[in-house]
Write a protein that binds this ligand. Structure first.
Ligand code: ZN
Length: 131
């Protein structure tokens, strides 16, 4: 295990790129990531296995970030965040998927660094961990 970090992302920042920048600036190569909070206008994805592509869909307005769980590993030598989210509506219903981007209203993030580095490589249309 490496270092642990807990931080809040400022309102208005883009969630995915902010964490990737944080990783780059702090020399984090591989880590587990968790977060809760609230996101606006998120773009999620669902991987369509037969077609081998991500179908993207927009989740408009502000949603509870009920949970976000993911990881950081190296893609082409740079830290890449891979994270899945559950987003909650006023009535408690959830939508979820692979997070491409989302604007932060509130984000409380926990990052646990790993000493060993994981690398991604392109396999078909996906960038997966090297076996
Ligand atoms: Zn994913």
């Amino acid at each position: 295990m490496g270092r642990e970090f807990m931080f809040r992302i400022p309102e208005g920042e883009e969630f995915v790129s902010w964490i990737e920048n944080f990783a780059r600036e702090n020399g984090i190569r591989t880590a587990q990531v968790m977060a809760i909070g609230s996101l606006r206008n998120a773009t999620l994805g669902y991987f369509h296995e037969d077609e081998g592509v991500y179908e993207r869909f927009e989740v408009e307005d502000t949603r509870e970030l009920v949970s976000a769980i993911g990881n950081i590993s190296l893609k082409d030598g740079e830290p890449m965040l891979h994270i899945h989210v559950s987003l909650g509506s006023r009535d408690g219903s959830l939508v979820g998927g692979h997070l491409f981007r989302g604007e932060v209203f509130v984000a409380e993030v926990y990052v646990r660094e790993m000493e060993e580095s994981l690398h991604r490589e392109r396999i078909g249309n996906l960038h997966l961990w090297r076996a």
